[in-house]
Design a protein around this ligand. Structure first.
Ligand code: C2E
Ligand code: CA
Ligand code: CA
Length: 716
């Protein structure tokens, strides 16, 4: 058949462009809806699939029809409604298949090809069914080559569409819409290309006649289809956009909720100041570690750390400095430990470290040493920041988290009473001690309130003439069941649990009252020395309180003296010096107690406003012919003290030999069991009326030195 046998095909450019636009829109919708189907929850996915297939199928179908309408043939054209509907159904089904495939999690080559083939088949049959619906006589003559070509475009287009929707799915960037748009353009051109290739394949014999039966009218159809399809696609896109927005909003909400949740979780598990783990997190980690260690039959260590002198530092230098110090210490401990260890703050200046890997004694020992060093370094220039560390091991020292913490805590207290700045491992005998301590604490509070606390007096004598020149007030706890309890057993406890203030106030009150009573009884009372704990000395309210007692009992400042230890100088240097200066102005002398022990340094002697030095009994104990160097030390201390204008007291004189040495070395006063133990007030009154040591019962006139250095004028 030659070319003239066919009608010349002319296309209306406006409709061609419209058809291509609809194709691109359909392509865009396809990609967009595939994305929705994929993103939707399982329950809603099929609704998206149906709606998407409807929109996309109608889009492709209308593209086809607008393309058909663009064709201008010099015959009247109408369509068979049943076949037209069938072609629409095919387009929708092809779209459903495409969307279904596009929302699979994975697209392997086989599914991809099979999907593309199925889609192409549906598109091709939709197209040719649609063309078949054209009511003309005789039928269209197809060019097989063009038909094959159109099928190939359909296949390639489908394959590309599937591939693209897959490739685009997981992109989350601003470029996404642009990429989707260009992919849609590509798809639209492919769909349109397929259509126009099919049109090229179709030849309409020159003798063709439009049947024009009950078929649908052309202009009406053009309007209907194009507007319907555009509306449908636009609606689908709009709904998809709304859904996407809802999804992002939901996602945002979920994200911010999760973030808030994470923060909440973090803050409920961490200490606000140091960001270390808190008690709760420690308990969790402990439980986990115990479980793990049990399964593997291994062990681990738990350290309990308490900073020495922190309270004083905090009170003296201010809370801000204290907080900074805690942060630095926390940082130092974290650096010392490994990542999978847990460093927790128990509150205040107490920390617990769960050392997951530390099992062997050598490991624990090394860790303890490193921790001490790190904390000392973190203290920087702050005077005397150190730590007392106790440790316990799982499972030997405790099988539960609580038991381990308690054990390590007890060991820590032990480290503290061993002179601080050291680390001590738990031993079972500490358990009893701790229980005792708890009871003791409760009872001590009651004892202070009920007056079970009493003061004993130990006389001090002058070596040169043996006269009684003073006394030290030493506290005792008279317990109905336990008898007389010495201060070594409850003073450290009182210091730890904050009872020391009450205790010392009670002692001061009793001492002042006693002086008043003795004086009222006509006794000549020497100066009484009262011990002050370091914590009290840095309390700026102390001098005022002392003055009130003096006023209340109407006794002179010279009737009293205070004894403080060197730790006062090391800890709250500034505050302590202020307090001591105020005592000096008031006329209350101060002695430096236990000199020679602890962080003994002669440089403190110059800085502290004190009047007396008490050489610790450990020096006196070793005085003797066998230890000449000990005597040399004491001699130089005495010389130095005298050069600084301080009087010197030798403590703990127990033997005649020690007495000889003390006398010879030039000590100004002495105190010890050789002369008298600390005795109740009544017994001390007897000593007062006694006289020189070893001369009990000597008449008072003989005993009282006329010009006693320590005897204030006006004493009866
Ligand atoms: P300290 O201030 O060094 O008191 C001297 C201690 O040595 C007293 O023990 C005393 O009985 C004892 N002592 C006296 N002569 C001798 C001796 O010849 N040989 C031996 N071995 N010991 C002797 P005490 O009464 O048990 O007091 C112990 C510590 O308790 C005191 O040591 C003091 O630091 C503290 N203390 C006592 N009363 C108070 C108080 O009211 N407040 C404060 N903060 N501490 C107090
Ligand atoms: Ca003392
Ligand atoms: Ca002492």
């Amino acid at each position: 058949m030659d070319a003239a046998a066919y009608l010349v095909k002319n296309y209306q450019p406006g409709l061609v462009l419209l058809s291509i636009a609809v194709a691109i829109l359909a392509g865009y919708a396809a990609l967009d809806l595939a994305d929705r189907v994929y993103a939707a929850q399982r329950r809603y996915a099929w609704i998206w699939l149906a709606a998407g297939a409807l929109a996309l199928g109608s889009g492709i179908w209308s593209m086809h029809f607008i393309g058909m309408l663009a064709l201008m043939l010099p015959i009247r054209m109408s369509y068979d409604p049943v076949l037209t509907a069938l072609s629409w159904l095919m387009a929708v089904m092809a779209s459903a298949a495409a969307l279904r495939l596009a929302c699979q999690t994975r697209l392997d080559h086989k599914t991809w090809l099979a999907g593309a083939a199925f889609m192409a088949l549906a598109i091709v049959s939709m197209n040719y069914t649609g063309m078949y619906a054209l009511e003309i006589e005789p039928g269209i003559v197809y060019d097989p080559l063009w038909v094959a070509f159109s099928a190939l475009i359909a296949l390639a287009g489908s394959a590309a569409a599937l591939g693209l929707s897959f490739a685009l799915r997981d992109i989350r960037s601003r470029l996404r819409t642009l990429k989707k748009a260009s992919a849609a353009a590509f798809m639209g051109v492919a769909i349109a290309g397929m259509h126009y290739a099919a049109m090229a394949a179709a030849n309409f014999p020159a003798v063709s006649q439009g049947l024009g039966g009950g078929g649908v009218d052309k202009t009406w159809l053009a309007l209907l289809i194009s507007s319907l399809s555009v509306v449908l696609l636009a609606a689908a896109l709009l709904v998809a956009a709304l859904d996407r927005r809802l999804e992002t909003q939901t996602a945002d909400l979920v994200a911010s909720l999760r973030q808030a949740n994470d923060q909440l979780r973090h803050s409920s598990h961490h200490d606000a100041l140091t960001d270390l783990a808190n008690r709760k997190l420690l308990d969790e980690r402990l439980a986990r570690e115990i479980e793990y260690a049990r399964r593997r039959g291994s062990g681990f260590a738990l350290f309990y750390i308490d900073l020495d002198g922190f309270k004083l530092l905090n009170d003296n230098l201010g809370h801000r400095v204290g907080d900074e110090m805690l942060e630095r210490v926390a940082g130092a401990m974290c650096e010392t430990m490994r990542d999978n260890d847990t460093v927790a703050r128990m509150g205040g200046d107490e920390f617990v470290i769960l050392a997951a890997g530390a099992d062997g004694a050598a490991d624990i020992d090394a860790l303890g040493r490193r921790l001490l060093l790190a904390i000392r370094e973190a203290g920087g220039t702050a005077p005397g920041l150190s730590a007392s560390i106790g440790w316990a091991r799982f499972p030997v020292h405790g099988e539960t988290g609580q038991a381990l913490i308690t054990a390590a805590d007890r060991a820590m207290y032990h480290a503290k009473s061993n002179g601080k700045n050291n680390y001590v491992g738990y031993r079972p005998e500490m358990a009893r001690r701790a229980e005792d301590e708890f009871n003791l604490q409760r009872e001590l509070g009651a004892a202070i309130a009920s007056g079970a606390i009493v003061v004993y007096y130990q006389p001090m004598y002058r070596p040169v003439d043996g006269t009684l020149c003073g006394a030290e007030a030493l506290v005792r706890w008279r317990d109905p069941e336990r008898g007389l309890i010495t201060p070594d057993r409850f003073i450290p406890l009182a210091e730890r649990c904050g009872l020391i203030d009450d205790l010392e106030r009670a002692v001061l009150d009793m001492v002042c009252a006693q002086i008043r009573r003795w004086r009222d009884n006509g006794l000549s009372v020497p100066r009484i020395s009262v011990n002050l704990s370091a914590a009290r000395v840095s309390d700026p309210r102390l001098p005022g309180a002392v003055q009130r007692y003096l006023d209340h009992y109407q006794i002179e400042a010279q009737s009293l003296m205070f004894e403080v230890t060197e730790s006062v100088a090391i800890k709250g240097m500034l505050e302590a010096v202020n307090t001591l200066k105020r005592f000096a102005r008031m006329g209350v002398d101060v002695a430096l107690d236990d000199f020679g022990t602890g962080h003994s340094s002669l440089s403190y002697l110059e800085k502290l406003p004190i009047q007396q030095l008490k050489i610790d009994r450990s020096f006196i104990r070793e005085l003797g012919a066998s230890m000449p160097q000990q005597a040399a030390i004491v001699r130089s201390i005495v010389t130095l003290a005298h050069n600084l204008g301080l009087s010197v007291v030798a403590e703990g004189v127990e033997t005649e030999e020690q007495l000889r040495y003390v006398t010879e070395l030039g000590c100004d006063q002495m105190q010890g069991y050789l002369f008298s133990r600390a005795v109740p007030a009544e017994d001390f009154a007897a000593l007062l009326t006694g006289g020189r040591f070893g001369e009990r019962g000597v008449k008072r006139s003989e005993a009282t030195a006329p010009t006693g250095r320590t005897t204030a004028p006006g004493y009866g």
